[in-house]
Design a protein around this ligand. Structure first.
Ligand code: GLC
Length: 568
């Protein structure tokens, strides 16, 4: 099968343009709030900052830097920062220096088999290549599922498919979307799409699902966020700023942002969501202000800040984003954060407090603290809880939200380390025999009946209800690399390597320890395959991290009043 083309790159002009954009990326958005212009904000170039911003500029586009002196210097630097890692050999399969795990070539073969073509061009990967005949919608290209595939292709120097995907989904966004007689917001991105082939006319068309076909009829809020995040990853990885600069892409971004930055009755900066609007796409009590969406929202806003042009139309959005990010990080870092001290504070909360002086702002009843959380909370460690809304805190641990919080720097560096501490301390619960629990703990009995509506697919320790999802491995690995704890990822990868290929790349595993292939789990689930490859490549070459991670905005911290519990 022909490989996708190598990116165009290297012109002085594009590097200059890139440098300007990278300045925004690492800039201090709280200062931008005061002075939206100019873009080149002076920053303290700390050791860490250098590892991202310099990498972005010097190491992209990837296929061309490998042998340069400059790159090896940065590699040395990264190797010191992120502990010993060898260079990836994935770009150079003929390289003699490194023997890849035998699973890697199987994974690449399976990933390439999952490619979906539209009029001769690869535009995505199918959700699962399972031959069992129960396709449902697993024969479609899902936006969220394609992200790890896209990262794998980018890391391998094959950006063309990612570009095609971004452009194709952008075209789909402009469709008129309706559920019965109700028109959806213009900016909604599809959950998935499928290529249809008419054998008579020998013509291909695309059908897309924006939630109007999905089980539960919920629009995928995460799709638009992933689209923006992926556009930044593409730009960072290739150095090709021309895609993001296209008026169509700028408009697509603005449409997504209009949906989530509009003014309303909100009293919180978090985004109000329906159940099932993200990876957990069935009723699971993940509604209101779920961490899974808030963290993606934060990350997408930061990526948009990096990508948006400050022209007439973009400027207003930049200002709105900056304000929202400021409020959102304060809210999340203060009210969603739970560690031993915070737990003890909630345990002692008074209720029915009125006025600005209230400590228990959301009127959470200490009696609503579940028993398990007292055992689960280690002395060292903490995490962002699942949800915070009036008189309701969902104390469950969600993997994606916490990893994205680390990658986007929604978490402070102290919080990020605390999350990693928690994963280490609660390894058996969160990883067990197969990485990684989507959420913890499972809900059962009466609570399962009420919360899931008796969903037989989401029984305890299965699927979205405490099941173990190999795809989450790439997020864990990226979070580990960012926090300088690659040994945690390596341990998780070892577990995955002992089973994944043998079990034919299942979608998820069941059981308290993740020992059983999931009840209705698809085999050859593409994001399990791609997630493994991305984790593997990221560990081998930590410079890939820049594609999916954003640095801490240090200035903002000083401006914010910090909760003492972050510092312990
Ligand atoms: C399931 C998952 C969803 C995923 C889809 C395709 O519905 O819950 O997150 O996108 O399968 O793999």
């Amino acid at each position: 099968m022909a490989l996708m083309g190598i990116p165009k790159n290297g012109s002085v002009r594009s590097l200059e343009a890139m440098a300007a954009i990278f300045e925004i990326d690492d800039s201090d958005f709280s200062r931008l709030l005061d002075k939206p212009k100019p873009l080149n904000i002076e920053r303290n170039r700390s050791f860490e900052e250098k590892s991202f911003s310099d990498l972005s500029i010097n190491l992209s586009p990837r296929p061309f830097y490998r042998n340069s002196e400059n790159s090896s210097r940065i590699f040395d630097h990264l190797e010191n920062t992120y502990s010993p890692c060898r260079r990836s050999s994935f770009n150079t399969p003929t390289s003699q220096s490194f023997e890849p795990h035998p699973m890697v070539s199987d994974a690449w073969d399976a990933l390439r088999r999952s490619l979906v073509y539209f009029r001769g061009q690869p535009v995505g990967t199918i959700a699962a290549l399972d031959q069992s005949g129960e396709e449902l919608n697993y024969d479609q290209v899902f936006v969220r599922d394609f992200v790890p595939s896209a990262l794998a292709f980018l890391m391998n120097g094959e950006p063309e498919i990612v570009k095609n995907f971004l452009l194709k989904t952008l075209r789909l966004q402009s469709w008129e979307k309706k559920v019965d007689n109700f028109k959806l917001g213009e900016g909604v991105m599809p959950a998935s799409f499928k290529v249809l082939h008419d054998p008579v006319k020998n013509f291909e068309t695309i059908v897309a699902d924006f939630g109007e076909c999905a089980i539960g009829r919920v629009a995928p809020i995460d799709s638009g966020f992933w689209w923006i995040i992926l556009l930044r990853a593409y730009t960072k990885s290739t150095g090709d700023t021309s895609l993001a600069e296209m008026p169509e892409c700028q408009k697509g971004m603005r449409l997504i942002l209009s949906l989530c930055l509009s003014e309303g009755f909100d009293t919180f900066p978090t985004l109000l969501c329906a159940d099932g609007c993200c990876m957990i796409d069935r009723r699971m009590g993940v509604y209101g202000y779920p961490i899974e969406i808030q963290a993606l929202f934060f990350m997408a806003l930061r990526c948009a800040l990096f990508l948006l042009k400050q022209d007439n139309e973009g400027k207003e959005f930049v200002e709105r984003i900056v304000k929202r990010l400021h409020a959102l990080s304060f809210h999340m870092r203060n009210y969603f954060w739970l560690d031993l001290k915070q737990l003890n504070d909630i345990y002692r909360y008074k209720t029915e407090e009125y006025s600005h002086t209230a400590v228990n702002k959301f009127n959470v009843m200490p009696d609503s603290l579940p028993d398990w959380v007292f055992d689960f909370m280690p002395t060292r460690g903490g995490y962002f809880i699942g949800n915070v809304s009036p008189a309701r805190m969902d104390f469950r641990w969600f993997c994606l939200g916490n990893c994205i919080a680390i990658l986007s720097s929604m978490a402070t560096p102290e919080q990020s380390s605390a999350i990693m501490d928690l994963i280490e301390e609660r390894w058996e619960e969160l990883v067990g025999e197969m990485p990684l629990k989507i959420c913890y703990p499972a809900i059962e009995s009466h609570e399962w009946r009420i919360v899931t509506g008796c969903d037989p697919k989401n029984t305890r320790w299965s699927y979205h209800n405490g099941g173990s999802w190999p795809v989450l491995l790439w997020l864990l690995t990226a979070a580990c690399v960012k926090t300088g704890r690659p040994q945690i990822a390596r341990r998780a990868l070892d577990l995955a390597e002992s089973r994944l290929l043998k079990d034919s790349w299942p979608e998820y595993y069941d059981g308290k320890l993740g020992r059983f292939t999931g009840k209705q789990s698809r085999k050859f689930q593409t994001w399990s395959i791609a997630g493994y490859l991305v984790a593997k490549m990221m560990l081998e070459d930590p410079s890939h991290l820049g594609m999916v991670a954003l640095e801490e905005d240090k200035q903002k911290n000083i401006l914010m009043k910090r909760s003492v519990s972050w510092n312990c």
